[in-house]
Every structure is written in C-alpha cells, then in structure tokens.
Design a protein around this ligand. Structure first.
Ligand code: 5GP
Ligand code: MN
Length: 349
C-alpha cells in the first residue's frame, strides 16, 4: 500500500479534466532531462491507453539522444523546430499538463503560448515554490521525481491497470535519472515499492540503465577525460570543485545535447568534496549546474549568484556575461556565501 500523498481534491479535479478533455498537451522544461521526458511520456502513454487520441508532448528544445529509445519519444514535438505547430497545439488544447517545472520561465519561449491558452492547466512537479499559473497545482518537493508523481497520480485515479509496460518504462527512466540511479534523494522506502510495481509491469530495468548510461560516443568519453584531467579545479578549504567548458572546447569534442550530462556529479566522488559546480557556454548564455551532498543548499547558492534555483542538492542557474566573469562570480560566492544566513534568499529560491 502506498501512502496517499497527493490531496484527494486535486486528484478529483485533475481526473475530471482527464475524463472530459479531448485534446491534451503535455509540456516540460527547457533542455529536458530524463525525468522531464520520462514523466511526460509516462503520462502520454496513460492518456492514450485511456482512449484519448489527441495527446501530444511538446518540449521547448531538443532532448538528449539517449532518451530517443523511449516509447513515444519520436512523436514529441520540439518547439524550436516547429514553433507554429507547437503553438497551435497549445492554443487548441483542452487540457495542458505542465510537468517537472514550477514556473513559466522554465519553459522559456513556450511560456507565452502556455500562459495565453485557455486549456485547463495542471502542474505536476517536485520543485520548490510553485508559481500560481495552473488551475490545479500538484507540487510535492519531497518526491524523488515527477515520474514518481505520475505513477502516484495514475494509481490515485484508480487506473493502475491502464499503466502499460511502455508507460512503466518511461516512469522508471525518470525515477532512475532524477535520483542518480537511486544514489541520492532516494531513501524513501515507497520508491522501491513503486519500482517493484514497475518491474511487475514487465520493464527490464537493467536494460534501461544500459540504454541511458552506456551509449556514449567516443568523443563524449574523451571530453570526460579532458575535463577530469585539465578542467577540474578543487577548492579544498571550501570542500568544493569547479568544472568549466567553453564553446570552443565543446566544439572540439563535437558536443551534442546531453554529452555533458553527469559531469557535475563527478567531483563529488572525491573524498571531502561536497559542493560541485559546472559552468559552460550554452546557446546564448552561460549555464550553471550545481550539486551538493549533505546539508549544503546549492539551490540558495544558485539563487544568490546565478539567478536560479532547484533542489537543495541539485540545482541550476544562468549567467549573462563572459565565462571568466561567471567563474569570478562563483569564486566570490565560495568566499562569502553563508548557508546559515539565507532567510531572504530562501524566499526567492
Ligand atoms: P541541471 O543542472 O540538471 O540543469 O538542473 C538541476 C536542477 O536544477 C533541475 O532540477 C532543475 O529544475 C534546476 N534548474 C536548472 N536550471 C535552472 C534555472 O535556470 N533556474 C531554476 N530555478 N532552476 C534550475
Ligand atoms: Mn525532475
């Protein structure tokens, strides 16, 4: 038996939208990760199995190729490639599910269309401080992943039987990737009850691991070697590490979306390092990824120095300026950031 965490009233409201809606759009955050794609496709399979024949997943931009094996991934509409089509779908939708993000800013150029649409919006998410732009806001930051929430949502609507093996594979992928293959954010026993149910649906969890984590290109692996050998700086007095990559370096290793996934976690395997930051030149700004182990609130650091946020142990932000300035900002932050004096930032993060 799984604890009823989502409020009954929210389940009933969202269920009504599911029953009555004809056209559905599922949107998720920019540069979608495994949980974004996994939760979206998990819900997509559920809705189509339920009998809805007008369901589309729309994402702001390209997602990593190692998620393309996921059932339904080929039908995902990428706004950056087909803006008019994507915006028309959003405009026409009866129901819009907003998955794995807490505020419109996180869907970037998709935001105006989603805000303007008259479709009923339902947020299902596990980030802190959900913004108020949906009719139903199902937000539980204590959850391991949005994919876990999709599992719970389907069960609570009494429709577990409509969860196919395809849906289960997508949900599992999201849970696995958002917990670093169950190495962080994953101490709640119920997660394993859910995993057990997903395996009973027929998924091959070992194969899913391999499809996601063991399909890198040669150049990606060489870039990893380069990063560890030449680009990782340790700050022992701060128990911190920094990795940086410029546009030129990314090009040198034929970077494609997803190639740097996981880099930020690598320095955390050094004894004593509890805070790791990865700064890279991305599209038209500098992207910052932050990870910590233990109590260090990297979301508050992201908020104070990089206009970002996220979870206590995994967060992100952005910087507008040069890579050098971003590094200087990080180093300044290391010297002055005081996690015990963050009440004001906490409200913003
Ligand atoms: P990643 O480093 O994998 O891009 O992001 C890690 C976590 O931080 C994700 O859960 C994501 O929601 C959050 N995050 C990433 N970038 C941003 C950002 O620019 N702003 C905020 N508020 N959160 C972010
Ligand atoms: Mn997530």
């Amino acid at each position: 038996m799984i604890t009823k965490i989502i409020h009954e009233e929210k389940i009933q409201k969202a269920k009504k939208y599911v029953e009555k809606g004809e056209s559905f759009v599922i949107v998720t955050h920019v540069t979608p990760d495994g949980d974004a794609i996994g939760s979206s496709l998990g819900l997509y399979h559920f809705l189509t199995t339920y009998g809805k024949d007008n369901v589309t997943v729309v994402v702001p931009n390209e997602f990593p190729s190692f998620y393309r094996w996921m059932p339904g991934a080929k039908d995902i509409v990428i706004h950056e490639k087909y803006p008019d089509f994507a915006e028309q779908l959003i405009h026409d939708a009866d129901v819009i599910f907003c998955l794995d993000f807490n505020e419109p800013k996180r869907i970037e150029k998709l935001a105006p269309a989603v805000i303007a649409s008259e479709g009923r919006k339902v947020m299902i998410d596990h980030h802190l401080n959900p913004a108020d732009f949906c009719r139903v806001t199902i937000s539980y930051p204590e959850m391991s992943s949005t994919s876990e929430m999709i599992f719970r949502f389907i069960c609570r609507m009494g429709m577990f039987d409509l969860m196919t093996k395809e849906a289960a594979a997508c949900i599992y992928t999201g849970m696995m990737t958002d917990t670093g293959s169950f190495t962080y954010n994953s101490n709640k026993p119920e997660i394993y009850t859910i995993v057990s149910e997903l395996i009973k649906k027929g998924i091959d969890k070992d194969l899913i691991y391999r499809k996601v984590f063991q399909v890198y290109s040669e150049s990606r692996l060489r870039m990893q070697g380069y990063v560890l050998y030449e680009k990782m700086k340790i700050y022992p007095e701060h128990h911190a590490a920094l990795i940086t990559l410029s546009k030129e370096e990314l090009d040198r290793f034929h970077y494609v979306t997803g190639d740097t996934e996981g880099f930020v976690n690598m320095p955390l395997s050094i004894e004593g390092v509890t805070f790791s930051v990865f700064i890279r030149e991305d599209r038209d700004y500098i992207k910052v990824s932050l990870r910590s182990v233990g109590d260090f609130p990297c979301n508050l650091f992201a908020c104070q120095y990089f206009n970002g946020g996220g979870h206590k142990n995994a967060s992100g932000g952005e910087f507008f300026g040069s890579l050098e300035d971003a590094i200087a900002t990080f180093e300044k932050g290391l010297k002055e950031f005081n996690p015990n004096k963050t009440e004001e930032i906490e409200k913003l993060a």
